[in-house]
Design a protein around this ligand. Structure first.
Ligand code: PGA
Length: 249
């Protein structure tokens, strides 16, 4: 069975409720025929507005983060049961901006990924190397370390329920895109790591993220081990995002 393309819009800290509603209303007619998984990741405050507009469509909704505990004294945090109650279906975990600016650790991710699965939220786990690591020839080492740590608590049979986004940090928001060779190699390597862990690697969806735009999406999405994209900047515009969904074939 071919893997269903998975195209996700990571809005980061952008869009009010009114702006989110406008985006969805523009996007839906443009993608009504798609067979792909189309995922929107709004900020917490706009989750409900997107959920309500997408009922009856192919669009899934993902949060951008969550806490690993179900409840407790964790001021400012949001848990899996709270997201599920809103009919959110997925959650981005370990985005490099969370790792870099908010102290997200592999130890926390090792608890967040199983917590998401336990509540039937599809984790979109982000991994990726810094520019220094790539220049030092350490890309595979970094990817393997992150994957082994973050997926430590996941049974082999559940590994392919996780969507993994390869996001080289040097390509995020910089306009610098990984070359097709770099993206293919890293995504294939991620699949190999999951295969070595005993996972159903042929079913695993591996996304590329980092300066994906309408103009480069078709080439990246045609690569054999790139099953989709996690799109930041270009996903703030509904027309651009629709063009990226179309570029997936
Ligand atoms: P970008 O962001 O498309 O703006 O590079 C991607 C991401 O951070 O997921």
């Amino acid at each position: 069975m071919p893997r269903t393309p998975y195209i996700a819009a990571n809005w980061k800290m952008n869009k009010t409720v009114a702006e989110a509603a406008e985006f969805v209303d523009t996007l839906l007619p443009r993608i009504s025929a798609t067979q792909h998984d189309v995922v929107i990741c709004p900020p917490f405050t706009a989750l409900t507005a997107v959920v309500e507009r997408r009922y009856g469509t192919a669009v899934k909704v993902a949060a951008q983060n969550m806490h690993e505990e179900d409840s407790g004294a964790f001021t400012g945090e949001v848990s899996a049961p709270m997201l599920v109650e809103l009919d959110v279906e997925a959650v981005v975990l370990g985005h490099s901006e969370r790792r870099q600016f908010f102290g997200e650790t592999d130890e926390a991710l090792a608890r967040k990924v199983p917590a998401a699965l336990a509540h039937d939220l599809e984790p979109i786990l982000c991994v990726g190397e810094s520019e220094a690591a790539r220049d030092g020839g350490e890309t595979e080492e970094v990817l393997e370390r992150q994957l082994q740590a973050d997926l430590a608590g996941i049974e082999a049979a559940d590994l392919s329920k996780v969507v993994i986004a390869y996001e080289p940090i040097w390509a995020i928001g910089t306009g610098k895109v990984a070359t097709p060779e770099q993206a293919q190699e890293a995504c294939a390597y991620i699949r190999d790591v999951v295969r070595m862990r005993g996972g159903a690697a042929d079913d695993l969806r591996v996304l590329y993220g980092g300066s994906v735009k309408p103009g480069n999406a078709a080439e990246l999405l045609s690569l054999p081990d790139v099953d989709g994209a996690l799109v930041g900047g270009a996903a703030l515009d509904a027309e651009d995002f629709a063009a990226i969904v179309e570029a997936a074939g």
